[in-house]
Design a protein around this ligand. Sequence first.
Ligand SMILES: [Zn+2]
Length: 196
Amino acid sequence: MKRLLITIIILALQFVCVANAKVISNEKIDTVKVETASKIITELQNDMQSFTKNGSGPFVAAIYDNNGELVVKVANSVVNEHCSNNHAEMNAIKAAEQKLGTYDLAPYNLKLYVTAEPCIMCVGGIMWSGIKEVYYGVPSKTVEEITGFDEGFKPHWFKEFKKRGIVVYGNIEPELGKQELHKYVNDGKKVYKPSR
Ligand SMILES: [Zn+2]
């Protein structure tokens, strides 16, 4: 009886762990979108090393158009460019707007892919950019656990984005993202945060 109970508990815990790792979205999960996002976010994670060599990272973002063509790919450059706003998502939005010569990306139906969940600033930046779809890898909770960075408060942001017609998918290849973040920290690279 006791053994049976332990087996049930172990199975229940495994279920919870698997459930936590599942892709989440503010629309009905589209498996084609998830497959595409997994491929792109894996590429972004694999590109991390080339960006961190120049002092950028540990987050990379890319914007793709509706035909699946890459518009821009950039990394976080807070430390090496001395700007606390230079998160990967903000750099990607800025680069895409400059490339296309516009402050409004909405007519281009663009998709933003990023290795980790957007922070409070980037949620705002995405909302004002006209980006239509957002796909992220590692959830904020994991980023905070590994780096100690304060991701900010984002109440109901999936719902708020839905109200504004912005699709979000999260937890894409989170284990790979987690490994890359651990590697960045274990390599002794700079983990920035404001002093309080
Ligand atoms: Zn951010």
